[in-house]
Structures are given as C-alpha cells and as structure tokens.
Design a protein around this ligand. Sequence first.
Ligand SMILES: [Fe+2]
Ligand SMILES: [Fe+2]
Length: 415
Amino acid sequence: MAAYNKETKNRLEQIVEIARSLSEIQDIDILLERILTETRHIVNADAGSIYVVEGNNLKIKYGQNDTQLKLLEPGEKLPYTYFSFPIDETSISGYVAKTQRPLNIEDAYNIPEDTPYQFNKESDITTDYHTSSIYTFPLKIKGGALLGVIQIINAMDDEGNIVPFSKEAELLISHFASSAVQALQRAYVTSSMVKRMLKMAEFRDPKETYPHVERVSSFSLEIYDRYAFNHGIPYDEQEKYRDLLKIGAKFHDVGKVGISDVILKKAFPRFTEEERNIMKGHTCIGAQLFDPSESDLDIICRDIALHHHDRWDGGESGYPGKIDLCSFSIKDGRLPEGEVLKGNDIPLAARIVAVADVFDALSHKRCYKESWSIEESFNEIYNSAGSHFDPEVVDAFSQIKDRICSILNAIPDTE
Ligand SMILES: [Fe+2]
Ligand SMILES: [Fe+2]
C-alpha cells in the first residue's frame, strides 16, 4: 500500500474491514444486496444494480437508487424488480458480462456511436431519472467463471454534483470486488447445501416446491424489514437477523422428510385424526435437524420449524406448543401433549413465517384445493390478526402489499 496517498490508504483499510464483515453473511441474496450497497458507498454512487448469471442471461437481483428512495415515505422501499436479459451487446451490463472486463462510461448520453454497446434510455424515461456516469464490472471467481455483474451509476463529489468515476474509484472497487468474490464463493457453497436439503424435502412432499419455499422466504424477509422499521430495531441487529431468517424460513417444513409417503401424498379424502397427528409431527422432526448449540442459524431454523403452526392466541388448532423434543421420537411419530405456547412466547421468526406460509398456501393451488384470489388471501390474513397471527406482524404485512404482490409475480409456480 506504500505507493498510495494517505486518503487512499485509509479507504483501502476500510475496505478490508467491510470485506471482513461480508464473510459473516450466509445467505447469498442478502450478501449480493450488501455487496451492492457497500460498492456504492465506497465510491459514493447514487444508484446501482447487481445481476447474476443464469444460463445465457443476466438476471437482476437488486436495484438501489438513493435519489428515488428519498422521494418515498420512511420505511418504504423501491418497487421489487425482476427481469433478465441476454449476455450480449444489447445492454452495457450484457456487454461487460460478455467481455468480462470493467467499463467506465463518463456520460451515458454521449457514448461514441462506433462503440459496440449503447445506453438504453428506457429505464431513465420510466423512472424519471437521469443517468450520467456508469461504472460496470464483472464478478468473477478465481478460476475465471463469471458470477454476475455490478453496475453503479452517478458518482457524486463532496458537494453532491454528479462526476465521472475516477481512476481511484476504479482501484477501490477492484480491491473490494476481489474480497467480495471470496465471500460470494463461500455463500454459494452454503446455498447449494441448502438447495440440496430442500430438494430432498421436495422429493418427499410435492406441496413443498422450490417456488413455495422461495416465496415464503422472500415474504418473510419483507415482513421482517417492515416490522423492524416499525419497532425501531437497531441496524446491526436487523442485518444479522434478516440473514438468518432468509435461510431459516426455507426450512419451515423440512421435517416433512420424516413423514410417510402414504400420508404426505394423500390428496383426498383428507386425513384421519391419527394421520393428522402424525403429520403435525413434522414440526418436531424438522426441529431435530438443527442443534441450537451449534450456531445462531441453527437456533432460528429450529424455532421456525418447531413453531410455525403455533397460534398467537394459543387456540386449540395451534401446535406443538411448549414441547420437550426428547419426548418425541420419529419412530412413533405422534405429537406429545404440549403446554400451550402463545403471544410473544412464540419466537418472532416463527410468527413471521406463519403469516408468509399460510398466505402462500392460500394464494396457490394445492392438491386439495384451488387457489384463492389475492384479495381473498390478504383478507384472510388480516381477519386472523390477533387470533391465528401476531397483529403486529400482520400490520407489517399489510403495509407491504405491493412488494408481496411483486414477489408473487416474480416467483411463479412451475407447472
Ligand atoms: Fe408446516
Ligand atoms: Fe410450507
């Protein structure tokens, strides 16, 4: 670092610190979002997007825009975006993905005509924004494979004027990107382990499909973000919790791997009393897959798996309640009698996932029922506030209706 001036050296040291904090993030999506946020902060960029490679396309994961965010009410978020486009010259990000080389554009509206790529004004027009400087760079792992592309827009100087991305900015980003890629590689390993576990559950229970699990996880994160805003939960606590919740929510019904096929795949007539009781055991089986002494992730996974069917008011249809997991064995499969668990004694993560899971089940077709309309599904959740569900969680859910609908559209059932 000796050849750098003092300010650059300080910033490089800050980057090392930020990169270290990235390594604690386990969920791949949360990590991608954070990498985009930090990249923008490091070089003071007003906006940006992060894309991941999916086959021959780039798919947007997150878009951020401080200017547009300031126009919203506190706690609100920009619309949830989902689109993909080919890895080719028809877009700047596609071109960068194809060449796998960074590209620094001083002014999007003055790109020489003989360049192989052109700026697409469409998004500026629809969002009433003016893009000037753009820096786009690939995220590549060590062996050279491309993970995705980050594009940051409108570098700002200390007075808030839009300026081109400087040589120093390029240097800082390239340092940060190499650490970010290491964190990403680790998170990809975790993510494929999670996917494998979920795939096993899906083989057993045709209702627990990949899209259902992804939607429940995304709904849960959105509900938590709003809940955390409503309750003034400190930023650091939020960041840690949302990372664990995003993964934990996916495992809510993983315990169904331990339920017999005869029961799981039964479509009609519905369960006998005995079968229903065995089915309820999926909460305890799921919980037994996680050891709370191992990690915070295990704690949240266990809480969610065990308590996502407990009711806020402690009503009879909730289960399993307070339970000693040692008194449950997979062999006999019956749920032991548990003392009622209600209200805030039910872990927050389980109260959130309960809303997300029921809403998703209502709004989609299942082997035993047709899908309800979106309006009917929302109303059912609203009407169950204070009885089945935590009213404050439902409150948060009702405040993010648009984002919930966008997730429904972004992650459809595959049939
Ligand atoms: Fe369940
Ligand atoms: Fe589910």
